[in-house]
Design a protein around this ligand. Structure first.
Ligand code: HEM
Length: 448
């Protein structure tokens, strides 16, 4: 487990923790918005409620955890820690939270000023974090597969945010809204570039480490990230051609091929990851694996859905319902599942890691018993969270087909799971704080 971990280089626990603790609160807000949303706003993905809740989830929950994980993992993975992590971590987090709240409220209540403030704050935060992270990559020059995938993910975030700002200008009324082609680019760079590639990069590191599997095959590690980025770049080019010449056969075919290629990359990754986990060396039951299987299954279905129906929906009938289902499978099923499962693995690991580091730094504490990960966050907590998450995903997938008011039930489950996750993470963090304080009291008593 210590492979590649350096006690000296790891950032203070508070740096990733502040991101990890804020994330469930953002999911809670999304749940609240869904709960009180008028049913007619839940029928189409273009409604103010969906735009607001989508960003509370993709930026407030998912990106929040992913940025915290980058602050934590960069020193480990590429040997180049972020300079002044407290300063940059704190600044990015405050700007990000304020930006997401402003953007989401701007969407929800259609207030141009809030959208503008949200756009400005999020751009500032993105410029800082992309500069800080790319500087680390530049310093390390690591060609390790995780580092390569992470570097592309950060670049993809910058592109997704830039296109997001162009779309925002359309909402505010500065220019005409670049919909749906701009929205397509925004979504693919955001979800396939930033989210998928970061999960891929992190999994190269954590799947073998946490679940004692054999490493991913070299060909996948060498090819996947550059291929995905290549296809995203070509997709952007074809989209630009579509703006110029419409959709003649060669454009339609190129689009279908590229979306097929992206889907295939996702399906291959899912199949290889699932096989690695099933054939793991130590068959210990670990409930966080349920989140992985759920994520791999949902993301594969979403990828197939994207191919079958095209991003704007090749079928006219059921278009809105299909889009909402694919979105739920990709975002709530694919990305949020992995992130929730990983939060319940990474936070207890960091509590253990920092307590352990504390005992090695202070000779008086040598021999102190450090609680192990399952004592910090038990399996029953993870199982409870998984059932809640499965419940909300099931309801979100069914709602468009049964009745939109069902979303309100799903929202209730989202609120419950967000509160549950927040409370359990706070408990784990408090354990680290209390144990360390207790040790310090004992050490100072002993030295008197
Ligand atoms: C500063 C950051 C961002 C801004 C300003 C922004 C802005 C926007 C805007 C204005 C739209 C509406 C597009 C339209 O009406 O056609 C939109 C849609 C969307 N954005 Fe973002 N976005 C940001 C970041 C992200 C990121 C990082 C992701 C993904 C990880 C993302 C995912 C989405 C999705 C999935 C939609 C489509 C929602 C739907 O169709 O229901 N956004 N974004």
């Amino acid at each position: 487990m210590f492979q590649g971990l350096s006690l000296e280089q790891a950032p203070p626990f508070s740096v990733p923790l502040r991101f990890f603790l804020t994330a469930p609160l953002m999911a809670l807000l999304a749940g609240g918005l869904w709960l009180f949303a008028p049913t007619e706003q839940l029928v189409t993905r273009w409604s103010p409620v969906w735009l607001a809740t989508t960003h509370l989830i993709v930026l407030g929950f998912m990106a929040m955890v992913m940025i915290g994980a980058l602050f934590q993992m960069l020193p480990v993975v590429i040997g180049a820690p972020v300079a002044r992590p407290r300063l940059f971590g704190g600044t990015v987090q405050v700007l990000w939270v304020a930006g997401v709240l402003s953007l989401a409220n701007g969407f929800r209540w259609s207030v141009a000023e809030l959208l503008t403030v949200g756009g400005v704050l999020l751009s500032l935060a993105t410029v800082i974090l992309v500069t800080v992270f790319l500087e680390c990559f530049f310093r390390s020059r690591s060609a390790y597969a995780t580092a390569v995938a992470m570097r592309w993910a950060v670049i993809a975030l910058a592109i997704a945010v830039t296109v997001g700002l162009l779309l925002l200008g359309g909402h505010v009324g500065w220019w005409s809204l670049w919909r749906p082609l701009g929205t397509r680019l925004h979504i693919v760079w955001g979800l396939w570039g930033w989210v998928f590639l970061l999960i891929v990069g992190v999994s190269y590191q954590v799947i073998p480490m946490f679940y004692v599997t054999s490493p991913y095959p070299n060909w996948l590690k060498d090819l996947l990230a550059p291929l995905v980025v290549g296809m995203l770049a070509l997709l952007s080019l074809v989209t630009w051609m579509e703006v110029q010449v419409g959709r003649p056969a060669y454009v339609a075919w190129s689009l279908a091929l590229l979306i097929g290629g992206l889907a295939l990359s996702c399906l291959s990754y899912a199949a290889i990851t699932a096989a690695r986990i099933r054939r793991r060396k130590r068959k210990i039951k670990d409930p966080t694996l349920r989140f992985w299987f759920l994520a791999l299954g949902s993301a594969s279905l979403a990828a197939l859905g994207a191919v079958l129906f095209g991003l704007e929906g090749l079928v006219e009938t059921f278009q809105s319902k299909t889009e909402l289902t694919i979105g739920a499978l990709a975002i709530w099923g694919g990305a949020v599942s992995v992130i929730q499962g990983m939060l319940f693995k990474i936070v207890p690991f960091l509590v253990w890691f920092h307590l352990h580091a504390h005992t090695t730094r202070h000779p008086t504490l040598l021999g102190k018993k450090v609680p192990h990960m399952k004592q910090i966050l038990g399996d029953e907590v993870v199982r409870r969270q998984w059932w809640l998450h499965l419940g909300s995903l099931g309801i979100f997938v069914l709602s468009p087909w049964v009745h939109e008011s069902l979303y309100h039930l799903g929202a209730g489950v989202v609120v419950a799971q967000a509160l549950h996750q927040f409370w359990q993470l706070v408990r784990a963090a408090r354990l680290e704080f209390k144990t360390r304080s207790q040790w310090e009291i004992e050490a100072s008593a002993a030295s008197k």
